[in-house]
Design a protein around this ligand. Sequence first.
Ligand SMILES: [Zn+2]
Length: 398
Amino acid sequence: MKRRWTFRAYPTPAQAEHLAQTFGCCRLVYNGMLAARTAAFQRGERLTFVGTSAKLTGLKKDPDLAFLNAVSCVPLQQSLRHLQTAFANFFAKRSAYSTFKKKGRVRDRAEYTRSAFRFDGATQRLTLAKLGVLELNISRRVEVDPSTVTVTRHPSGRYYVSMVIEVADPTIKRVKTGQSVGIDFGVSRLATLSTGETIPNPKHLFHRTALLARAQRRLFRKQRGSNRYRAQRRRVARLHEKIADARKDSLHKLSTSLVRRFDSIYLEDLHLRGLVQNHRLARSLSDASIGTAIRMIEAKAEASDVSVVTIDRWFPSSKTCSVCGHLLDALPLSVRQWACPRCGTDHDRDVNAAMNILAVGQTVTVRGGGIRAVRPSGRKAGRLRSVNHSRGKHAISS
Ligand SMILES: [Zn+2]
C-alpha cells in the first residue's frame, strides 16, 4: 500500500534559488505544453504525452531557453505527466479543463522520480539531482526506498518534501469494544461526544484567529503587487498554516482515539452546516477543519474495520431533547445549557446534539438501509449516508 510521508525541508539560500528556478521551469513547461495541446486540440489534432515529450527536447535546444538545462530534467518530465493526467481526467469528465499555473498563487512543486534522487536509509539523507543534500526534519524513520520525492514551496515560504513509500497493509486488528459514539463538531469547541466528553480547540487558536483577521485586514489596505503587499500576503499565509497545523494535530489525536474506542461512529454531514450562514473567520476555519476531521476519521476507520455513518439530511440535533424527543421552537446559538420543558432534563447544548446524532444514526442502522430514520416522537428525521468500508461508499436512500 502506498503512503505519502511529508517532512519540512530547509534548503540553503543557494538551494532555495535553484529550487525557485526549478519550480519556474516546471511551470513554464506545464503552461507551454498546455497551450500547445490546446492549440492542437482546436485544430482538431492530438498532441499526446509522447508528442509533448519530444517538444520538450526541442525546447531545451532553443538558445533562448537554455536555462531549462540548468535544472534536473526529471521534474520537467513529471510536469508533462501531470499535464497528461489533467487531460485524461478532463476527457473522462472527472475534472475541468486544466488552467495555467500562476507564480506564487498555489504551491510550487517539483517531482523527482528514482533516477533523480538518492535516499540513504542509514543516514536518512536525501540527495536531489543538481541540488545536492537537502536538509530535512525527519520526524519518523523512513525504512524503505521512496518511489517519488516531491519538493513543494507553500505561499508561506515554507518548504516541504513528501515521499511516496510502499508500506505493509496498515489494517489494524483491533478488538471490538461494542461502543458507539455520536459527534457534534463545533466552533467554540473542537468536538463534543455523546459520552459527554468535550474536546477543546487547540491552545492559542483564539488568539491566532484574531491575529489572522487583523493581518487580512492589513493585506486589503496594501497596494496589490507591491513589495509590502507580497510580504503581508506571506504573513497571512504563515498564520493560516500555523492555525491549520495546530488544528490538524488535534484532529489526528481525536480521530485516532475515536477509532480505537468505538466500533461505530456517527456524524452530521458538513454541508448541512451551510444552512446557518455565517461569514465569520472563526466559523470558516472551523468548517474547513470539520471537513479534514471527517476525512481523517473515515480513513482511519476504514483501516481498522470501524463503521462511520454520516447523517446527510438536516435534522434539528441541537433543538431536540435527546431524552423525550421534545422539539424546541428555537435555540439561539448563545444558549449553551437548557432544560427540557417536557421532561425537565438539563442539557448541555452540544452533548445533547451529539446524543441525538448517535440516536438517529443507530435507528437507521438497526432498521437497515432503505428506511428513513424516525425519531421517538414520530417525526421523519434524516436519510443516512453510510460509509461502511465493507460495503463500499454508498447511499442508503429512502
Ligand atoms: Zn425532554
